[in-house]
Design a protein around this ligand. Sequence first.
Ligand SMILES: NC(=O)c1ccc[n+]([C@@H]2O[C@H](COP(=O)([O-])OP(=O)(O)OC[C@H]3O[C@@H](n4cnc5c(N)ncnc54)[C@H](OP(=O)(O)O)[C@@H]3O)[C@@H](O)[C@H]2O)c1
Length: 253
Amino acid sequence: MQHSLVTGASRGIGRAIAVALSERGDRVAVHYGSDQDAARQTLDLLHGEGHMLVDGDLSDPAIAQRAVDEVLASFGRIDVLVNNAAIAPSPETSHAIDAADYATWNHVWERMLDIDLRAPANMTFLVARSLMDRGLPGAIVNVGSRGAFRGEPEFPAYGAAKAGLHAMGQSLAVALAPHGIAVTSVAPGFVGTDRQQQKLAGPQGDGIRDQSPFGRVATPEEVADAVVYLSSPRSQWASGAILDLNGASHLRS
Ligand SMILES: NC(=O)c1ccc[n+]([C@@H]2O[C@H](COP(=O)([O-])OP(=O)(O)OC[C@H]3O[C@@H](n4cnc5c(N)ncnc54)[C@H](OP(=O)(O)O)[C@@H]3O)[C@@H](O)[C@H]2O)c1
């Protein structure tokens, strides 16, 4: 049985990943930032026994360490880390260069790089070192974004953080391979999580669906299925990969 830690699993894609990993038979640590009720709902959806909750704002390195320590104390080891937590594009985080003031621009850049890039870097450090200390193999999967390749004109810090996350995953795939640890990323396009339903139901909805020639957006479960594969010991040879999950809405060479 694998022991897995999924960050940002109180809702959305993280919740779907936690459920899918539990269906595989993993014991799952459901991490959340602040919404304990939602995280408990995720816990209730999991299959099997022995799962746990762990909280904390991962932009604080000490809190990230405390979260990993709590999971290690309870599970004994973490075989799989899924770096899913992030602050995503929203009206609150919009910082278009031709509209935002300088203070907003700086604030959003700092926060997005802290949460969407530095936090996964710290979580990767902590979990990878715990695996090395125990001489165990493992897998780290980063939830990146199509925006790293397609551009995020209104949210450049988000695009940059996700591009950095993909690049970090590739560097660490090389560094961690001698330790038997695989590192991969998924790069989803638009995903129809609860948070996105209002946008999909509104005037922009058709345009978003038409980004893909399939005429729809992804389900959280489609992203979760890919993470199940990439976090399995059988996918070690995919280490270093960035898997596009965008319904052919953006092709890159
Ligand atoms: N949805 C999409 O269309 C889409 C597309 C491409 C990529 N992605 C990526 O997929 C991942 C999940 O997206 P989503 O739409 O499911 O996200 P979401 O619904 O906004 O959920 C974000 C999760 O991250 C946690 N979180 C946020 N800030 C945090 C912090 N500072 N410290 C710890 N946890 C924090 C939240 O916890 P609390 O709510 O408990 O605070 C929540 O569990 C993200 O990496 C996102 O960039 C999403």
